[in-house]
Design a protein around this ligand. Structure first.
Ligand code: NAI
Length: 243
């Protein structure tokens, strides 16, 4: 069984790669380029679980690079069983001052990537009549977040895309689900100001941030045989951020 994790060099993607390696999946780690893998031990750490591991460069915002990525993974491992659309960026700013470039770049990486890869991986999985696709949305897509018009748009879109893909691909034995993490400690969230962090914490029922491993364990479940009849769902992993 083979899992492809986009943006897997660090952060939540790396934790997902490690967890799925622990579960016994061969792991294809995608990230932008060699620079993204610099200082990352994701490949060695996955290999320690005794599975096959591959490194694949692609900009997931680019359709032809995604097509080539899926082909390369299938050629290397002989198939693709699990796709985790994890790669994502933020370019925060209040709407009034947000540039078109700021808006469009986030939509391209976070949202278009899900179309690109679900299309190509879905075709491949469809021929095998099985597969799991897990999309990383966010609580920003469910509830909105000031300063994240671009990001919340992309993450809300992912939820609609997850449900559409689940409906299109279900008859071919493929499940498609989304996860919506809340505030998880990673390099992405380290960029927030102390004031933003304190304000988030006061809204979380569990009064702590989540860890990438706590996100990865939900992905592990959705990729497992135990989740065989779960599709089109959004699982919030936020310590009770909004209830
Ligand atoms: P991160 O910034 O630590 O890691 C993202 C990875 O994606 C990096 O390795 C980066 O090089 C890669 N990447 C960026 N653009 C790419 C592209 N065009 N093609 C291929 N790879 C690309 O981010 P983090 O925090 O690990 O986030 C992972 C996912 O989880 C993202 O989709 C993010 O929106 C989502 N998320 C994160 C939350 C958090 O609190 N950290 C909360 C909710 C969702």
């Amino acid at each position: 069984m083979v899992a492809l994790i986009t943006g897997g060099a660090r952060g939540i993607g790396k934790a997902i790669a490690l967890r799925l390696a622990k579960d016994g999946f061969d792991i294809a780690v995608n990230d932008l380029n060699e620079a993204a893998f610099e200082g990352s031990d994701v490949l060695e750490a996955c290999e320690n679980f005794g599975v096959k591991v591959g490194k694949f460069y692609a900009n997931v915002a680019n359709s032809s690079e995604c097509e080539a990525l899926v082909k390369a993974v299938a050629a290397t491992f002989g198939g693709l069983d699990v796709l985790v659309n994890n790669a994502g960026i933020t370019r925060d700013g209040l709407m009034a001052r947000m540039s078109d470039e700021q808006y469009d770049s986030v939509i391209a990486v976070n949202q278009k990537s899900v179309f690109n890869l679900t299309k190509f991986a879905g075709n491949l999985m469809g021929r095998a009549k099985k597969g799991r696709i897990i999309n990383v949305s966010s609580v920003a897509g469910l509830y909105g977040n000031p300063g994240q018009m671009n990001y919340s748009a992309s993450k809300a879109a992912i939820i609609g895309m997850t449900k559409t893909a689940a409906k299109e691909l279900g008859r071919r034995g493929i499940t498609v689900n989304a996860i919506a993490p809340g505030f998880i400690s990673t390099p992405m969230t380290d960029k927030l100001t102390e004031e933003q962090k304190a304000s988030m914490l006061s809204q979380i029922a569990m009064r702590r941030y989540g860890t990438p491993e706590e996100v990865a364990s939900v992905v592990s479940f959705l990729a497992s045989a135990d989740a065989s009849y779960v599709t089109g769902q959004v699982v919030e992993i936020s310590g009770g951020l909004s209830m």
